[in-house]
Ligand binder design. Structure first.
Ligand SMILES: Cc1ncc(C[n+]2csc(CCOP(=O)(O)OP(=O)(O)O)c2C)c(N)n1
Ligand SMILES: [Mg+2]
Length: 740
């Protein structure tokens, strides 16, 4: 049986030559909208290239040479956006944007979109965007970061990138995009219902409503369906045409002239007024959702044929013929010659190399980059003015919250491309005062109070990082990462992977979290699980146990994000923010001196700390667990005479395995203390590592949080390791006869 794609291909010539074309949609002429005849032909050529690439991808799939057949057929009107927007206007694209990308590539010399896209279809390692990792649309030189297939998840970062353009001008930073750029993003009609899309569009509206500039054009390519689920009639218009702060413009994507006129209007509006535009573009979807989709199971043959008759390629052909620009025969010739060219290139690309080793595949997860210049040291006089009264307090040891605050202050002074963004981080200084006073020193543009939406906060960071910023974003509590987790997992962490290391979104995500808050808050403010980050390739995870480390590690995190373009999760144990003492009130043993950037003794990413030299017991821990282990250590040493050492992991990823193994190699008993819920905790990784390498005589055990959520009040710590439990567990290791 012939596929619909093959039927279209076979009938094309006949339809054009017999004039079997859809009726005109308007009375516009090319000159009415400012297009020359040649420009219309050029757009049509792009549409044909895109269509033939779609047809070819299905042929290649049939021949088992290609692995992804989702295409752009019916959406080729987006060639217009490839023409209207500059190639430096960063584009976050829907998967049906083949024509847009091809047309955009015509703005730059030396582009080879046909070859490049075919290389991506066949997953060749020569594919210039993903290096054979996925069929994505993307190009470094065309300012098109590749997108994952999770629909709508690219919108928060598109808004973030748009927000960062005027911000870069105001702060006078060296941005990736030119200062008069706009951002464009596109997505499907069904995708617009996704909470991520709704949240992102709401964030743009929220900003625009209060006159915060967000130069973005959000294009909804409305084909009336999402796989098999119809979008309710007129839903997109009803839902988006009167949103506060957002200009709504509609166009018919089947008609090049109307689309050109409206896209120009949208582009000018966004560029001139720095305001978001929602461009609602009607399209059709041809040949099913993808090659594997049997459309006939949910649409009748008549419906399918009716939609096919509205093919934008046929509309464009009609326009060209009606205005005497090309004859039917010239159109057919053009169609055939592009078809032949693409088929010829397809035969070449199937012989191009593929990824053959896991090392090659992994190379782009965290590519090693050349060191860039590190932070400039701020003039001492300037620093004195910056810290002013606080210099007196700096002479005394302080708690973690204060030390992080000063570190952030120094970092903001050293790096002009850093901003801090999150809920309440501005004037209030965050829930725990960690960013207090910074807004007064650096202003609202660098201490950004965001709206209450974690996806948008992370999207702001990711998008701004695309444009040369080094964002430090804050999630108010660990439990509130979860509703936005995909922005880290599916977006920030995957960008280097899918772009073969070409695009990156360096940032530090500060998250207040973990348990032990003296009964306050219950589960949501005492979420003791970091499992959500554990399996994400390339992510760096920091969790300091004390203020001095927190300060140095934050500096390293920022430097690493900058130099290696990495995403760093920085977990701040809330219960330790204000902690000053270790064993008894007033001992001040958990307060530490602040080192200025000049005095800094850096802690490299991954480096553990070993305290003590005892060989009888090693306690390995981090965060609150390390604090409690330090308390327990004194009892174990003084009352039980155990010679021990304490190991603070400090960084949970990457885990420097050899450092850990070296630190315990001469020790007889090893106890891992992990405050997180046992299932999914880092203890799993640590125990299996140690178990694989330990000597038979070494005894090993662990103490973890219970697999339970944290309740309120006095019951809050029942399920988490305590000082007493650590002592008992350690002692029981010594009593055990059985080798673990
Ligand atoms: C978050 C998420 N859920 C589900 C899917 C599976 N999926 C892929 S495309 C699609 C339909 C999208 O429809 P629409 O946004 O209208 O775009 P179209 O394909 O029609 O252009 C779905 C459900 C996905 N990719 N991402
Ligand atoms: Mg759709």
């Amino acid at each position: 049986m012939q596929t619909r794609a093959a039927i279209f291909d076979n009938l094309f010539e006949q339809r054009i030559l017999t004039g079997d074309l859809p009726p005109s949609l308007n009375s516009l002429t090319p000159s009415d909208v400012g297009l020359s005849d040649n420009e219309v032909v050029d757009l049509f050529e792009t549409q044909l290239i895109s269509r033939h690439l779609d047809l070819q991808s299905r042929q290649l799939a049939k021949d088992k040479q290609s692995f992804y057949t989702i295409g752009s057929a019916g959406h080729e009107g987006n060639a217009v956006q490839g023409k209207v927007f500059r190639h430096t206007d960063m584009a976050f694209l829907h998967y049906r944007s083949g024509a847009l990308m091809i047309q955009r590539s015509k703005q730059l010399n030396g582009q080879t979109p046909i070859f490049d896209m075919l290389l991506s279809f066949v997953a060749s390692s020569d594919d210039p965007i993903s290096g054979g990792r996925h069929k994505v649309l993307g190009s470094k030189s065309l300012f098109i970061p590749p997108q994952t297939s999770t629909i709508a998840s690219h919108l928060p970062k598109a808004i973030g990138a748009a927000y960062s353009i005027p911000l870069a001008t105001t702060l006078d930073i060296d941005a990736t995009m030119p200062r008069d750029s706009v951002v464009l993003c596109n997505f499907g009609d069904a995708s617009s219902n996704h909470s991520t899309a709704q949240g992102a569009i709401n964030a743009a509206a929220w900003a625009s409503y209060q006159n915060i500039p967000v130069p973005i054009v959000m294009i909804c390519e409305d084909n009336g369906i999402g796989i098999s689920t119809a979008t309710p009639h007129n839903w997109i218009h009803a839902n988006f045409s009167s949103r506060a702060g957002i200009k709504y413009i509609a166009c018919n994507g089947l008609d090049l002239l109307d689309t050109y006129q409206k896209t120009l209007e949208a582009q000018h509006y966004a560029r001139d007024y720095h305001k978001p535009v929602f461009l609602h573009m009607k399209t059709v979807r041809l040949f099913g959702h993808a090659g594997s989709d049997a459309e006939i199971s949910y649409r009748t043959k008549e419906q399918i044929e009716e939609i096919e008759a509205d093919d934008p390629i046929l509309h464009s052909a009609r326009t060209l013929i009606a205005h005497g620009i090309l004859s039917p025969q010239q159109i057919v010739d053009m169609y055939q010659s592009i078809k032949a060219q693409i088929s010829q290139v397809a035969q070449q690309v199937i012989h191009r190399p593929k990824l053959t080793t896991i090392e090659q595949v992994k190379e782009s997860v965290s590519p090693l980059r050349q060191q860039t210049s590190s932070a400039t040291l701020v003039d001492e006089l300037q620093r004195e003015q910056l810290f002013n009264q606080e210099l007196i307090a700096m002479e005394k040891p302080q708690n973690m919250a204060r030390l992080i605050n000063w570190t952030l202050c120094d970092l903001l002074a050293q790096h002009d491309n850093i901003f801090i963004a999150g809920e309440d981080v501005g004037r209030k200084g965050g829930v725990y005062g960690v960013t207090k006073g910074l807004c007064d020193k650096f202003g609202k543009k660098r201490l950004i109070n965001t709206l209450l939406d974690e996806q948008s906060i992370l999207g702001l960071g990711i998008g701004a990082a695309h444009n040369g910023f080094l964002p430090i974003v804050e999630i108010q509590f660990l439990a509130y990462v979860h509703n936005a987790e995909d922005q880290i997992r599916g977006e920030a962490a995957t960008l280097p992977f899918f772009s073969n290391g070409q695009f990156s979104n360096p940032m530090v995500i500060r998250i207040a979290g973990l348990g032990y808050q003296k009964g306050f808050g219950g589960h949501f403010h005492n979420d003791n699980s970091l499992a959500v980050f554990r399996d994400i390739p390339g992510l760096v995870i920091a969790c300091p146990s004390n203020g001095r480390d927190a300060s140095e590690m934050l500096r390293s995190a920022v430097a690493f994000a900058k130099e290696q373009q990495r995403v760093v999760i920085f977990i701040e144990p809330i219960a330790l923010y204000m902690t000053k003492d270790l064993h008894q009130e007033g001992d001040g043993l958990w307060s530490f001196d602040y080192s200025s950037p000049r005095q800094s003794q850096s802690i490299s990413v991954g480096d553990i700390a070993v305290h003590g030299t005892g060989n009888e017991l090693a306690i390995i821990s981090y965060g609150n667990g390390f604090y409690l282990s330090s308390q327990a250590a004194r009892v174990l040493e003084q009352q039980h005479g155990i010679k021990l050492r304490l190991i603070d992991l400090r960084w949970l990823a990457p885990l420097k395995e050899q450092q850990v193994l070296d630190a315990i190699s001469s020790v007889e008993h090893i106890l891992v203390v992990d405050e997180c819920r046992e299932t999914g905790s880092f203890s799993e990784q640590l125990l299996s590592l140690i178990y694989q390498h330990k000597r038979p005589s070494q005894r090993l055990d662990k103490l973890c949080g219970d697999d339970c959520f944290v309740p309120l009040a006095g019951a809050a710590t029942l399920g988490m390791p305590s000082k007493e439990q650590i002592i008992n567990k350690a002692l029981s290791l010594f009593q055990q006869e059985r080798l673990v």
